[in-house]
Design a protein around this ligand. Structure first.
Ligand code: F6P
Length: 341
């Protein structure tokens, strides 16, 4: 059996740990051969490969990024894309493919499976918004990076009696903002799921100043004010139709200054949240996902994604991972709201 592996979409701490686990178990237990496809779906589309074996995957556990490279290539937007992928997999003697990715990469995997390609999916995204898994690896690392930033911002905010706004990633789901804001003691947390009232935010800011503490606001890049629109960097779309976000934090700082007369500044964490070494939690989750993904291949259980349910890794239909987004439950947000102001 020859198995192809690819990583697609935004990179994420833990990708290398998944690759390492897939290869280690596949070689040791099943005697499989592997081939890495470079840069997401671009690899099988253009026949771009790199060797994958136990020696090329040693030392990967703590390493961020992905040794396979990544891209947001959508083969369904390319003329003859599916046929090219099928031809390249056949040319490389690939019997099965493991796709490690988020909604876009796994959406492509789902369609390819329905067209006869043997695919198993592994859920990845720092945003934690993939359906049918409790957590994706990379999320814990991103939250910890954001919490460290918030801890640091508290002291400088207090020295200058300023409002500091931390803009974190999260296009449609506010998981990073919610967890980092709760763990970091934010004055308020703003998420894409619940359009926010600027009047309410300013009231929280004023209330925090009354207690002689400086406000810290955590806002997801996809958060929107009531009566407002999502703020984008520019109008260009990637091949999955996504715009580039960022700017809502700066907008909020200006609005708070204008309405309260108090200084406000914004820190945009951006790609820092995706870089560097994974936390121990993410290393373990990524490793377990990798081990279970290669076992699914061994069982011939294609069209499935490995998923975390409680403490168990289970297999779910690949199609269910992307049929809807896993967004923040308003009841969970309400728990955090007790600490606002
Ligand atoms: O998909 C994960 C994510 O981190 C989003 O939260 C964010 O909007 C996006 O990636 C940005 O990625 P890139 O800059 O690579 O397009």
């Amino acid at each position: 059996m020859r198995v192809g592996v690819l990583t697609g979409g935004g990179d994420c701490p833990g990708l290398n740990a998944v690759i390492r686990a897939i290869v280690r178990k596949g070689v040791k237990e099943y005697g499989y051969e592997f081939i890495g496809f470079k840069d997401g779906w671009k690899g099988p589309l253009e026949g771009l490969t790199i060797p994958l074996d136990v020696s090329t995957t040693r030392g990967l556990l703590p390493r961020g990024g992905t040794i396979l490279g990544s891209s947001r290539t959508n083969p369904f937007k390319i003329e003859g894309g599916v046929e090219k992928i099928k031809a390249n997999l056949a040319a490389q003697g690939v019997d099965a493919l493991i796709a490690i990715g988020g909604e876009d990469t796994l959406g492509v995997a789902t369609k390819l499976h329905s067209l006869g390609v043997n695919v198993v999916g592994v859920p990845k995204t720092i945003d934690n918004d993939l359906n049918n898994t409790d957590y994706t690896f990379g999320f814990d690392t991103a939250v910890n990076i954001a919490v460290e930033a918030i801890d640091r911002l508290h002291t400088t905010a207090e020295s200058h009696h300023r409002t500091l706004i931390v803009e974190v990633m999260g296009r449609h789901a506010g998981w990073i903002a919610l967890h980092a804001g709760l763990a970091g003691g934010a004055t308020c947390i703003l998420i894409p799921e619940l359009p926010f009232s600027i009047e309410k935010v300013c009231a929280y800011v004023e209330a925090r100043y009354q207690t002689n503490y400086a406000p810290i606001i955590v806002i997801a890049e996809g958060a929107v004010p009531q009566d407002g629109d999502m703020i984008t960097k520019d109008a260009t779309l990637d091949s999955f139709g996504h715009v580039k976000l960022s700017g809502i934090g700066e907008w909020l700082a200006q609005e708070i200054e204008r309405r309260t007369g108090k200084e406000a500044r914004t820190s945009v964490l951006g790609h820092i949240q995706r870089g560097g070494t994974p936390t121990a939690f993410d290393r373990v989750l990524a490793t377990r996902f990798g081990l279970h993904a290669i076992t699914a291949v061994h069982d011939g259980d294609f069209g499935k994604m490995v998923a975390l349910h409680g403490t168990q890794i289970e297999r779910v239909l690949l199609s269910t991972a992307t049929e809807k987004l896993k967004v923040v439950d308003p009841a969970l947000y309400a728990e955090a709201e007790i600490f606002f102001g």
